[in-house]
Design a binder for this molecule. Structure first.
Ligand code: GLY
Length: 403
């Protein structure tokens, strides 16, 4: 069993919240309400094309191409936008589209790929959101079934959820066997939710253990994160960290850091554990000290100086994570306002500098980097678009989170 959250959080350096976020940004020129309306209009424009199909993970020349829902990790970020648009507008058109897409998530559990930690992303924004918005028990059952697949990926000795591959078939890919990744922190809410929905503690116990193991191995003492970390599944012995989408094994991939901030801020609320909030704050502070002047990070904080490539999707995730983090800090903690200020600055910059041109693109945000190393960058990414809309909803509406 990994060490207690308070002990783990205490081992991590805290750089403090940068002074630049002490002031609330002036948003007079770029009020976020109209930005949300624009985003909802863009979602509306795309309903017909992506009704029972889905935009791919990232665009091609800024245009998303259709894909089905039998594999991959990103389809729910489109369904999630439908749920948000339905909640914001009350329009049945968006709910109908989301309900239609839910059928493909049900079918995937029977016929498609479920051998992935991404079941959290996939079923939180589709089935959990659907249940929370409509109260339909069919969606609740779908979400619990997905959580059941997710806990099958848990290795007891190291105390982690294997990210990729089939845990029962190590011979297929030794590299993925017993490998955890920082992104999984955002797949844990499905398990915390499943415990609340069913009254079964086992889901949350696995989520908590994974969160601790992640804090022990994936979080580094300086407040940065590895992208991936492998452990021996029999002995639990830590084998070491490596990157998959970042610049180098010892670098800090900006999106991974954002996943960790948001993931621990959510774990803090579900587990009622202030040490997770402390850890999220230290991770956030590392991020905020390295983000660029326009509040959007380069794709990796340690990429070479001449590599200016941004990842707007990291900024959108971070903005949502910081608002969640502010909500779990004690009322008198003055870091909360600074995190809200930072989130507003990020959302403002995304809308001001990185909004896709509707004449050229069916996405919302440009300059997302799915996988810089493999040449997939400078495009729209469907999760970046989702978190941008979630961030605008969080900033302008009273909203009950899906995570
Ligand atoms: N979860 C995969 C990614 O962030 O690219």
């Amino acid at each position: 069993m990994p060490r207690a959250p308070s002990v783990l959080a205490a081992t991590v350096t805290d750089e403090g919240v940068p002074e630049r976020y002490a002031e609330r940004p002036a948003l007079d020129r770029s009020d976020l309400g109209p930005r949300l309306s624009d985003a909802v209009d863009r979602i509306d424009d795309n309903v017909d094309q992506f009704y029972d199909q889905f935009p791919g993970p990232s665009s091609e020349d800024l245009v998303y191409q259709p894909t089905d829902n039998m594999d991959g990790w990103t389809t729910s970020f489109w369904t999630g936008q439908f749920w948000l648009a339905h909640e914001v507008t009350g329009r049945e058109r968006f709910r109908d589209a989301a309900e239609t897409q839910l059928r493909t998530f049900e079918r995937r559990l029977e016929e498609g790929s479920v051998t992935t930690h991404d079941l959290g992303f996939l079923y939180t924004l589709s089935a959990v959101a659907g249940y929370e918005v409509t109260g339909d028990d069919r969606h609740r059952e779908t979400a619990v079934a997905a959580a059941d697949h997710l806990i099958d990926r848990f290795w007891d000795a190291p105390g982690l959820i294997q990210a990729w591959g089939d845990p029962d078939r190590p011979e297929e890919d030794e590299w993925v066997h017993g490998r955890m990744i920082v992104d999984t922190m955002m797949n844990l809410p499905l398990l915390f939710w499943a415990s609340e929905a069913t009254g079964e503690d086992a889901y949350a116990a696995i989520a908590e253990t994974h969160a601790r193991t992640n804090a022990e191995h994936v979080v580094r003492p300086d407040g940065s994160t590895f992208h991936t970390f492998q452990c021996d599944v029999e002995s639990g012995e830590p084998l070491g960290g490596e990157t998959h989408q970042g610049y180098a094994n010892d670098s800090c991939w900006a999106r991974g850091q954002a996943w960790a901030v948001y993931g621990y801020a959510l774990a803090a609320e579900y587990a009622n554990e202030s040490a997770y909030a402390d850890l999220a704050a230290k991770l956030a502070n590392y991020y905020l000290h390295r983000v660029e002047a326009d509040h959007v990070p380069r794709w990796d904080f340690d990429a070479p100086d001449d590599d200016e490539m941004r990842d707007t999707s990291a900024a959108a995730i971070a903005a949502c994570g910081l608002v969640q983090l502010a909500s779990v800090l004690p009322a008198a903690d003055d870091r909360a306002d600074r995190y809200r200020n930072a989130a507003l600055a990020m959302l403002d910059s995304l809308g001001e500098h990185y909004a896709a041109d509707p004449e050229r693109s069916n996405g919302l945000l440009t300059d997302a980097a799915y996988n810089r190393g493999e040449g997939d960058y400078d495009e729209c990414c469907i999760w970046g678009d989702y978190f941008y809309v979630e961030g605008l909803v969080r900033a302008t509406e009273s909203w009950r989170r899906y995570w």
